[in-house]
Design a protein around this ligand. Structure first.
Ligand SMILES: Cc1ncc(COP(=O)(O)O)c(C=O)c1O
Length: 476
C-alpha cells in the first residue's frame, strides 16, 4: 500500500485519465454515491462520531481512514469471501484486507488451530514445535534453507535490512520507485523530482542518505546505482503491487541478480503481496535466486505473522559458527533482531494451519483459474464500455489501469492514474455490495471465492462502467 503524504501528493497531482469519462458526469455520480453511502450506514456513522472522541480520526490506526475517500465503516463479521458491516450490509470482499485475508475470512482449519492453541496458552517466549513445521515447510516452498519470524512483513523487512548491513558492512538500501515495503524508517523514502525524500512526516531527514531509488524495469539506472559498490541490499518485489500491478520485463530479473552479485550487494525479494499469485510465489514461478525473501500478511490467514528466509551464508550472521550466545542481561555482539511477541505460539499455530492446510497447491490452481476468469470479465466490461483501459493479472491478483498500455514503472503508473475516478468506482461498488480494493492495488480473488462470486463482481464492474460512460460516449 502507498500511504500518507505521498498518497496525498499523488491524489493532488495525478493527471486526469484520457478524457473519456465526462467530468460533469463524474461530479454528479460522486455526489450521488457518496451521499447514498453515508445515508445507508447510520450505525457506522454514529460509531464514528463516538470513536472520534477517543481516537484521532475516529479509527484505531489512522490509515484506516486513509484507505478510501468515503468514511470508514465498522465491520461486524467475516465469513469466506464476504464481510458484513454493523449496519448489516454484506460485501463481496475483493480487497481481502490488502491481501492479508487471502485465505478467506475465518477459514475452519485456522479457526480450530487458534482455538486449540489459545486453550493451552499461547505466549511463552519459548519456541513451540509448530515453528519447526512452519520453517521446514517454508524452506521447501520458497527454496531458502533458514527462517526467522516476526509479527509483520514490515518487521521482516526491517530485520532483513539489518542483516544485509551487518553482512556487507555497507549502509545503503536500493529500492524501486512506486514500492511499499512497510513502515520501517529505512524504507519510507520516495523519489521527488529525482531526489530521495522522506515519504511522510515524522521521519528524520538523514534517512534519505541511506537509500537509493530507481525506476523498475530500468536496467541502466540499476547498474548506475549499484556502480559505487556501496549498496548493502536491493529490496524488491518480484512484480510491483503497490502502484497498480507492474510486471518485470523479459530479462529484468536475470539482470537484477547478475548486477547485484557483481556489486557484492545482497538481494531480498519481498513476496508479501505476490505470494498470492503462485504456490511458491513469483520467486519459484520466475526461478529467482534471492539471498533473502520476506513474507507476511496472509501466511497465517491474517493472524499476525511475518517471516524471512535466507541462505546459509546470510544465516551465519545470526548464528556465527562456534559463537556462544551465553549472556545474563549483558548485550552481546549480534544483529539487532527480535521482539517479545515475535514467533509466539499462537502465530505459529495459525501459520502452520494456514500454510499446510489452506494455502495448498490445489487452492492456488483454483484461484489462478478464477483470477483468469476475473481478468477476462474485466476486459470484456472495459471493451463493452469502449474505454481504452488495460488489465494486468497473475494468479489470483489483477489490476486495471486507465490506459491501454499497462505501465512499466511507478512513474508511468502515476502518470495515468485518476484517483477521483478510482474513488468513485469504489464507493459505487460498495453501495452495491462489493468491497473493492484500495485504488493502488487492484482486486484479488481469495481462496474462498467461487466462480459465481467472480462473475457477480465482474457483472457489477460492468454496470459501474456503463453508469460512468454517458450514452453519447457509448455510441461514439
Ligand atoms: C510488498 C509489501 N511488503 C511489506 C508490506 C508491509 O506489510 P505489513 O503492513 O503487514 O507490515 C506491505 C504492505 O502493504 C507490502 O505491500
Amino acid at each position: 500500500m502507498a500511504r500518507g503524504a505521498h498518497l496525498a501528493d499523488w491524489y493532488r497531482t495525478a493527471v486526469a485519465a484520457p478524457a473519456v469519462i465526462d467530468r460533469g458526469r463524474l461530479d454528479a455520480l460522486e455526489a450521488r454515491e457518496n451521499a447514498r453511502f453515508v445515508a445507508e450506514r447510520p450505525k457506522s456513522m454514529a460509531l464514528l462520531e463516538r470513536s472520534r472522541r477517543t481516537m484521532p480520526r475516529g479509527v484505531p490506526m489512522s490509515w484506516m481512514d486513509d484507505l478510501y475517500e468515503h468514511p470508514p465503516v465498522f465491520v461486524a463479521d467475516g465469513r469466506g469471501a464476504y464481510l458484513t458491516d454493523v449496519d448489516g450490509h454484506s460485501y463481496l470482499d475483493m480487497y481481502v484486507a490488502d491481501m492479508s485475508a487471502f485465505c478467506g475470512h475465518a477459514p475452519d482449519l485456522v479457526v480450530e488451530a487458534v482455538r486449540r492453541r489459545m486453550a493451552h496458552g499461547h505466549q511463552f517466549l519459548m519456541p513451540s514445535e509448530d515453528s519447526i513445521a512452519v520453517a521446514e515447510h517454508l524452506a521447501g516452498r520458497y527454496g531458502l534453507p533458514k527462517w526467522q519470524f516476526t509479527l509483520s512483513a514490515t518487521q521482516a523487512n526491517t530485520e532483513v535490512i539489518r542483516l544485509a548491513r551487518a553482512a556487507t558492512g555497507r549502509e545503503i538500501i536500493l529500492m524501486f520507485d512506486g514500492k511499499y515495503h512497510g513502515h520501517g524508517d529505512a524504507t519510507l523514502v520516495v523519489l521527488e523530482d529525482g531526489e530521495v525524500v522522506p515519504e511522510e512526516f515524522g521521519l528524520p531527514r538523514w534517512i534519505t542518505g541511506q537509500a537509493r531509488i530507481v525506476g523498475f524495469n530500468d536496467i541502466g539506472a540499476l547498474e548506475a546505482a549499484l556502480a559505487p559498490g556501496d549498496v548493502a541490499l536491493v529490496l524488491a518485489e518480484p512484480a510491483m503491487t503497490n502502484a497498480g500491478f507492474i510486471l518485470p520485463e523479459h530479462g529484468y530479473h536475470e539482470a537484477l541478480r547478475r548486477l547485484t552479485r557483481d556489486a557484492g550487494t545482497l538481494l531480498a525479494i519481498d513476496e508479501t503481496h505476490t505470494l498470492v499469485t503462485a504456490y511458491g510465489g513469483l520467486t519459484q514461478e520466475y526461478g529467482l535466486e534471492p539471498d533473502m525473501l520476506t513474507i507476511g500478511k496472509s501466511i497465517a490467514a491474517g493472524v499476525p505473522l511475518g517471516a524471512y528466509g535466507m541462505t546459509e551464508d546470510v544465516a551465519s550472521h545470526i548464528a556465527p559458527p562456534g559463537e556462544h550466545h551465553v549472556v545474563s542481561g549483558v548485550p552481546i555482539a549480534q544483529v539487532s533482531t527480535g521482539g517479545t511477541l515475535f514467533a509466539n505460539a499462537l502465530s505459529m499455530a495459525a501459520g502452520r494451519a494456514a500454510l499446510l492446510g489452506v494455502l495448498t497447491v490445489e487452492a492456488f490452481e483454483r484461484t489462478a483459474e478464477l483470477g483468469r476468469r476475473m481478468a477476462e470479465g474485466l476486459r470484456a466490461s472495459i471493451e463493452a464500455a469502449r474505454l481504452p483501459w488495460s488489465v494486468v493479472q497473475v494468479g489470483a491478483h489483477a489490476a486495471y489501469f486507465f490506459t491501454d498500455n499497462a505501465p512499466r514503472s511507478g512513474a508511468e503508473s502515476r502518470a495515468v492514474d485518476d484517483p477521483r475516478l478510482r474513488a468513485l468506482m469504489r464507493v459505487w461498488l460498495a453501495n452495491r455490495g462489493v468491497w473493492e480494493s484500495g485504488w493502488w492495488l487492484g482486486p484479488t480473488v481469495s481462496l474462498a471465492h467461487t466462480a459465481d462470486d467472480v462473475d457477480g463482481y465482474v457483472g457489477l464492474f460492468g454496470q459501474c462502467l456503463a453508469d460512468l460512460v454517458t450514452a453519447e460516449q457509448m455510441q461514439d
